[in-house]
Design a protein around this ligand. Structure first.
Ligand SMILES: N[C@H](CCC[C@H](N)C(=O)O)C(=O)O
Length: 286
């Protein structure tokens, strides 16, 4: 089984191209756990499938390291967009990709050798009601800087869905926050019936933030594209950054530019890169 390993700001995935290699009745959750594990596979933050779509130009499915299927993946989308254009599937620089969290529209920026250097993605509209996150509580209300009890502790949280669920906590120092300890506690809190990604945000100015993530199903990663979008939405809702302007988000793996525009769409621009191509020897996997 041919694979490609790629990353977006260090958030890395094993990609299988199902446009060329259909995988019928496959246990994708088990396959994701196997290939993401450095002892039984290559090691990565998860697995991404590039598939045909009936409703968009292409379809992306994303599986976390623990095998759970995510509904969206901002860094993964930039990698998929680059792969599709570089490998001549996409002939236009603008095309659409279906995800479980909705259809997104991408625009790739190729260089003179027709290799994509940067990708801009319209990540669509953020969802803010408790019903859409999803989280327990009055379904129509939003969670903006709400004091929430998690086990023995309580946290001031803002919750945003970018097709996948994010809880955002604002802190004075992202590096000092005990993410390894608090991350799993919040990820698995019964407040979030589908679990949650936890983002920690330190505001540097009206147009710049620092962000670290504990990802649902993958733990601490170098970057989270949907999380960076959720962080900008949360910071805007709390009046900590200016609305409508491009916000620079510094993540451990690099930076993204995010803009929440006048039409309530969140735009993300950043890079994607190849790591390696390879082949899994199937009799050790199936
Ligand atoms: N762990 C996430 C999926 C990956 C999101 C992240 N890698 C990104 O770039 O958006 C979830 O289960 O919702």
């Amino acid at each position: 089984m041919q694979f490609t390993k790629m990353h977006g700001l260090g958030n890395n995935y094993i990609f299988f191209n199902l446009l060329e290699m259909p995988m019928d009745n496959q246990d994708f959750e088990q396959l994701a756990r196997t290939v993401s594990n450095v002892n039984t596979g290559i090691g990565s933050d998860g697995m991404i499938l590039i598939c045909p779509s009936e409703v968009a130009d292409y379809k992306m499915r994303i599986f976390n390291e623990d095998g759970s299927e995510g509904k969206n993946c901002g860094n993964g989308l930039r990698c998929v967009a680059k792969y599709l254009f570089d490998h001549m599937y996409a002939t236009s620089t603008a095309f659409s990709i279906e995800t479980l969290g909705g259809i997104v529209h991408v625009k790739v920026e190729p260089d003179k050798k027709r290799i994509v250097q940067s990708v801009t993605i319209d990540m669509g509209k953020p969802q803010l009601t408790k019903e859409m996150i999803p989280m327990k509580g009055d379904p129509e209300t939003q969670t903006i800087n709400e004091q929430l009890e998690i086990g023995e502790r309580s946290f001031q949280m803002t919750c945003v869905s970018m097709g996948n669920p994010h809880a955002i906590i604002f802190v004075d120092d992202v590096e000092a926050f005990p993410l390894e300890e608090i991350g799993p506690e919040i990820e698995n809190a019964d407040l979030f019936p589908e679990r949650v990604n936890l983002g920690i945000v330190q505001v540097k100015s009206r147009h710049e933030i620092h962000y670290r993530v504990w990802e649902r199903g993958s733990g601490i990663t170098m970057a989270c594209g949907t999380g960076a979008c959720a962080a900008v939405v949360a910071a805007t809702l709390n009046h900590l950054v200016d609305r409508y302007i491009p916000i620079t988000v510094h993540l451990p793996g690099g930076q993204l530019t995010i803009r929440w525009d006048e039409n309530n769409h969140v735009w993300k621009r950043g890079e994607a890169a190849y790591i390696c191509y390879g082949e899994f020897i199937t009799d050790t996997i199936f």
